[in-house]
Design a binder for this molecule. Structure first.
Ligand SMILES: NC(=O)c1ccc[n+]([C@@H]2O[C@H](COP(=O)([O-])OP(=O)(O)OC[C@H]3O[C@@H](n4cnc5c(N)ncnc54)[C@H](O)[C@@H]3O)[C@@H](O)[C@H]2O)c1
Length: 293
C-alpha cells in the first residue's frame, strides 16, 4: 500500500491522546499520524499502563510529554487538562479517547454469567470515562471553538456478536454519550464529538475477545475493501481533528471496509465452500478408513 504522506492537516493544533499502550494500539498509530500532520500533543495513560507499556518510548519518538491519568478519576482528568494546557501553551483543539477494558471478558465471563461489579468497571472505564473527560473539559473551558473529540467504538454496540460480552453494552453507552455530549457541546462551543466504528485490529485490548482469529478472517472476507487497518483509523482520526470536518458531529463513522453494509460476499462464500469441501473430504477419508478397518 502507498503511504499517504503528510499534509499539515493539524499544523498548530494542540491535543491530548488517551490510550497508547504499545505499538499495536490504535492510539499509538494516531499519535504518529498527528505528529506527521503537524500537531503537538500530550500522551496519557494509567499509572499501571505507563509502568508496563511503552507510552514513554512513544513520547520520546514524537516529542510529547507523558502525563499519568486514570480516565475514571475526575481529579486526575482535571490535573491532566491543566498541565496539558500549560505545557502546550493554550486550550486544546482535539482529544482522542481510545480506552476500553472488561474484566468479564478477560475472565471469560459470558454475557449471561456476568459479574456485576466487573460490569460497573467495564462501563466506567470504557464509556463513562468519555463523559467525565468532556464534562471536565466544559468546567475548565479547556477546548477551543470547533475542537474535535473522537472515541473508538465497535459494531457490536448495535448488532449481536456472541463473545463480545459486556463490552457491547459499554460501546452502546459510549455512542449514546457521543450523541448527547455532541449535542450539548456543539451548541455551547461548536465542539464536535464523534465515534469511529473500527474494523478488528490485533491489539492488547482485542485479545480479551476470545474468538478473535475467526472473526478477523470472517470480517476480512466479508468487507469489500477488506479490514481497515490501524493506519486507516489514524488517518480518519486526523481528518476528524482537522478543519475539513467542521460540520461533522454526533456521528458513528464506520472505518470497516464496508463490513457494516454487507450481508454476504462472494469472497466469503468461496472461503466457506472451500472449508466445507475440506470438511467433506476429511469426513469421506474417515468413513473410508472406518470401512477399511
Ligand atoms: N482493536 C480493535 O480491533 C478495536 C476495534 C474497534 C474498536 N476498538 C477500540 O479502540 C480503543 C483502543 O483499543 P486498542 O485496540 O488500541 O487496545 P489497547 O489495549 O492498545 O488500548 C486500550 C487502552 O485503554 C487504556 N486504559 C484502560 N483503562 C484505562 C483507564 N482507567 N484510564 C485510562 N486509560 C485506560 C489502556 O491502558 C490501553 O492503553 C478501545 O476503545 C477499543 O474498544 C478496538
Amino acid at each position: 500500500m502507498t503511504s499517504i504522506g503528510s499534509h499539515n492537516l493539524l499544523q498548530g493544533k494542540r491535543g491530548i491522546i488517551f490510550g497508547a499502550l504499545d505499538e499495536r494500539s490504535l492510539a499509538w498509530k494516531t499519535a504518529l499520524r498527528c505528529k506527521a500532520e503537524g500537531a503537538s500533543f500530550v500522551l496519557t495513560n494509567t499509572r499501571q499502563a505507563l509502568a508496563l507499556g511503552k507510552t514513554e518510548e512513544l513520547g520520546k519518538a514524537v516529542g510529547a510529554e507523558v502525563i499519568a491519568c486514570d480516565a475514571t478519576d475526575t481529579d486526575d482528568i482535571r490535573r491532566l487538562l491543566e498541565q496539558s494546557m500549560s505545557l502546550l501553551g493554550g486550550k486544546l483543539d482535539f482529544v482522542l479517547h481510545s480506552i476500553a477494558m472488561s474484566q468479564n471478558m478477560r475472565r471469560h465471563r459470558a454475557y449471561d454469567d456476568l459479574n456485576y461489579n466487573y460490569l460497573q468497571t467495564t462501563l466506567d472505564i470504557s464509556a463513562v470515562s468519555l463523559h467525565k473527560i468532556l464534562q471536565e473539559c466544559m468546567k475548565a473551558d479547556a477546548l477551543e471553538e470547533y475542537a474535535s473529540v473522537v472515541t473508538l467504538t465497535y459494531i457490536a454496540s448495535e448488532r449481536f456478536l456472541s463473545e463480545y460480552g459486556d463490552m457491547s453494552d459499554a460501546k452502546a453507552l459510549l455512542e449514546s454519550i457521543v450523541r448527547n455530549m455532541g449535542g450539548i457541546y456543539g451548541r455551547k462551543k461548536h465542539v464536535r464529538v464523534n465515534a469511529i466504528s473500527q474494523s478488528p485490529v490485533r491489539t492488547r485490548s482485542e485479545q480479551q475477545y476470545h474468538e478473535v482469529n475467526y472473526f478477523h478472517t470472517y470480517a476480512g472476507q466479508m468487507a469489500p475493501l477488506g479490514l481497515a487497518s490501524s493506519e486507516d483509523c489514524a488517518g480518519l482520526c486526523a481528518m476528524l481533528f482537522s478543519d475539513y470536518t467542521r460540520g461533522v458531529t454526533m456521528q458513528t463513522i464506520y472505518n470497516d471496509g464496508g463490513f457494516s453494509q454487507t450481508v454476504m460476499s462472494h469472497d466469503f462464500i468461496e472461503f466457506f465452500r472451500k472449508g466445507m469441501e475440506n470438511y467433506h473430504l476429511t469426513e469421506t477419508d474417515e468413513i473410508q478408513q472406518d470401512n477399511e478397518d
